[in-house]
Design a protein around this ligand. Structure first.
Ligand SMILES: NC(=O)c1ccc[n+]([C@@H]2O[C@H](COP(=O)([O-])OP(=O)(O)OC[C@H]3O[C@@H](n4cnc5c(N)ncnc54)[C@H](O)[C@@H]3O)[C@@H](O)[C@H]2O)c1
Length: 344
């Protein structure tokens, strides 16, 4: 649990805060943390807000679809600080529905940036993704690593970054961009979330082998606990430099084999891996160089062992099994005629 005293500057001088995507996994944790800081928090989301979040002190809900500029403008009125989290967070969804993904992530972000300019917000923090880097060329990756996304999700998140940076340069939008590595913690939706930490735990707590696609030693990731991520986002709002990009991760490299071992240690029972190395598409090291974030005074407080133990306790025995799949490629459809088309 995050306490107000953990939150550095704690957004001093900024009372009205908007969290877009506040009904989602990361958003619910951030809204809870901001409510504890005594902020007036408006959750902007097109999904229903869970009752426990809606009941928190200082929290109100403004239903809006950020693809609609009029709705965006209304929902963001009066905000001092805007945390923009809303969007599609699934690479698989982006492969299957790239236009949908682009509308949510790119158009939605353009609307939020423009509304912040028009309404005079003092700070916008945009949660982007490490997926914008594409296949890593080095480990760890600094913010100057080339951006060559191979998933539509990476392209749409990068488009969001580019449009906000261009609004910073052309019109002075006070935006800070955070590129998040893999977030884990309680509250992930097992049907949508592809994060390995909660997926591994869910299989293991059901006393089943853990299915993993790829090379269990070459596939490494950087996991950051959701409470640390909330602290990092507040740090960006307080101390981040306008127009700058920051990696948001733990800076610790963990292979799939090491993660399984840590799951076994956290639960007191060795974990069994069921590795499928027929696809090595994402068998690479994806680890953040976090020195730029560290220079703001931030360091993660929850290591993987502690995070796994508390998540295992939160999930309890026999939690719902993950159903989210990882899709990197879509079948090319047969050539087809559309109704009304002159000829094929
Ligand atoms: N979870 C991770 O590991 C991770 C890693 C890197 C980046 N991120 C980024 O963090 C952010 C939050 O991720 P999450 O895991 O909480 O995702 P999530 O899917 O749980 O939450 C996203 C929220 O955005 C809302 N939303 C989507 N489109 C909207 C629209 N057009 N208008 C209004 N609301 C809309 C959804 O209803 C949902 O509540 C996303 O931008 C994601 O790209 C997440």
């Amino acid at each position: 649990m995050i306490h107000a005293s953990d939150m550095f500057g704690g957004l001093r001088g900024h009372d009205e805060v908007v969290v877009t995507g506040g009904a989602g996994f990361l958003g619910r944790h951030l809204v809870t943390a901001l409510s504890r800081l005594g902020k007036k928090v408006t959750v902007v989301d097109h999904a229903e807000l869970p009752e426990d979040i809606a009941a928190l002190p200082g929290v109100r809900y403004a239903r809006a679809d950020l693809r609609d500029y009029g709705e965006t403008l209304l929902a963001l009125q009066g905000a001092d600080v805007v945390f923009h989290l809303a969007g599609n967070a699934s690479g698989t969804v982006s492969v299957e529905k790239p236009r949908h993904d682009f509308h949510l992530n790119a158009l939605g972000t353009c609307n939020v940036g423009n509304a912040c300019l028009e309404l005079g917000a003092q700070r916008l923090v945009y949660v982007s993704s490490a997926v914008v880097y594409g296949t890593p060329q080095r480990t760890p990756m600094g913010e100057d690593h080339p951006t060559q996304p191979f998933l539509p999700y990476g392209a749409s998140k990068l488009s969001g970054e580019l449009v906000l940076r261009s609004l910073h340069q052309s019109a002075g939008l006070p935006v800070v961009i955070g590129r998040s590595f893999v977030i884990y913690g309680p509250g992930e939706d097992p049907a949508r979330a592809g994060g390995e930490v909660s997926q591994f735990l869910r299989w293991h707590l059901n006393e089943l082998p853990i299915p993993v696609v790829g090379d269990i030693d070459r596939k490494t990731r950087d996991f950051i606990h959701v409470d640390d991520m909330c602290r990092a986002l507040v740090t960006l709002a307080d101390r981040g430099q306008d127009g700058e990009t920051y990696n948001l991760g733990s800076g610790t490299e963990v292979s799939m084999r090491e993660l399984a071992e840590a799951v076994g240690e956290a639960t007191g029972r060795p974990a069994l891996l069921d590795a499928d190395d027929s696809s090595l598409e994402d068998s690479f090291s994806l680890v953040a160089d976090v020195s730029r974030l560290a220079a703001l005074g931030f360091s993660p407080a929850i290591d993987l062992a502690a995070g796994l133990s508390s998540l295992a306790a939160a999930l309890g025995p026999f939690p719902e099994l993950p159903t989210a799949k990882a899709v990197f490629r879509r079948e090319r459809p047969e050539r087809r005629c559309l109704t009304g088309a002159a000829a094929c």
